[in-house]
Design a protein around this ligand. Sequence first.
Ligand SMILES: Cc1ncc(COP(=O)(O)O)c(C=O)c1O
Length: 310
Amino acid sequence: MANEAKAFMNGKKVSLKDAKVGIMTHALHYGTAVFEGIRGNWNESKEKMIIFRLKEHYDRLLRGSNILKMDLGYTSQEMCDITVDLVKSNGYKEDIYIRPLAYKSQELIANLKLHELEDDLSIIVIPFGAYIDNTKPIKCQTSSWRRPEDTMMPTGVKLAGLYTTSILAKTEAVSAGYDEAILLNNDGTVSEGSGENLFMIQNDEIITPTETDNCLLGITRNTIIQIAKNELNIDIKERRIHRSELYLSDEIFLTGTAAHVTSVGSLDNRTIGNGKVGQITKTLQDIYFSIVSGKIEDKKYKSWLTEFKI
Ligand SMILES: Cc1ncc(COP(=O)(O)O)c(C=O)c1O
């Protein structure tokens, strides 16, 4: 049985039901916050919680906080320690999602500045299974919404306000009967999914948009780049991708903390490859799942896992 749900807020652990902000909070009005999405995978045979790349998530949170001129007062390592303690207090023995949020906490809405405002860090933990059913390929739609350019909003970090675009795109796709949206850049090249990075495979070459194609610098993206290199001896190529190249590809898959590695079976009602999970996608999926769930013990990947008993 899980314990009473706890959150971290205002520098301490509190009951989740008491973790509230006021209606005047700056971040609520302007999206002035950065957040992270982190997974903890429950390994039943080891009876251990395994959090994936915890430190890297907090490093990205700190980079985003810096852009928003926040001084959270915690190092990345301190936030990792707070998180482990919070996860233990919640006591879930199942897969979880951890959501840290660094936000402009001051109740001062008539202020369109980032500086001279108070900040806070909150962290919540919830049980979390599959975000997308990735046992079968999904149906995607090219969104009519474009991924904002980095010149409009910082795209390489998880800026809360930026997610309005992702939510518009996802809603449009799901309302039209698709599973997920693919967003293009303003110039019509491919950026990413509403909450995932994108990879395409053509003639055994794996290609993903570059870091300057306005996509989030995904931790799962980086994980897949390293797994492909170490385990398949494939150097993933990072370059701009034209929209129609996606229709011509043999396989497409999406990556993200929530979505894991998800195969795309069709895009805009055009079948990708043979419409089934492709061979390279399947291989990468299997290796990725074995690592994040702690099923393979490989020294190379040990530093990615924060493991502990509940
Ligand atoms: C817009 C967007 N792109 C990509 C990703 C994948 O990032 P990560 O692998 O770090 O979860 C996410 C998920 O958080 C996202 O929201």
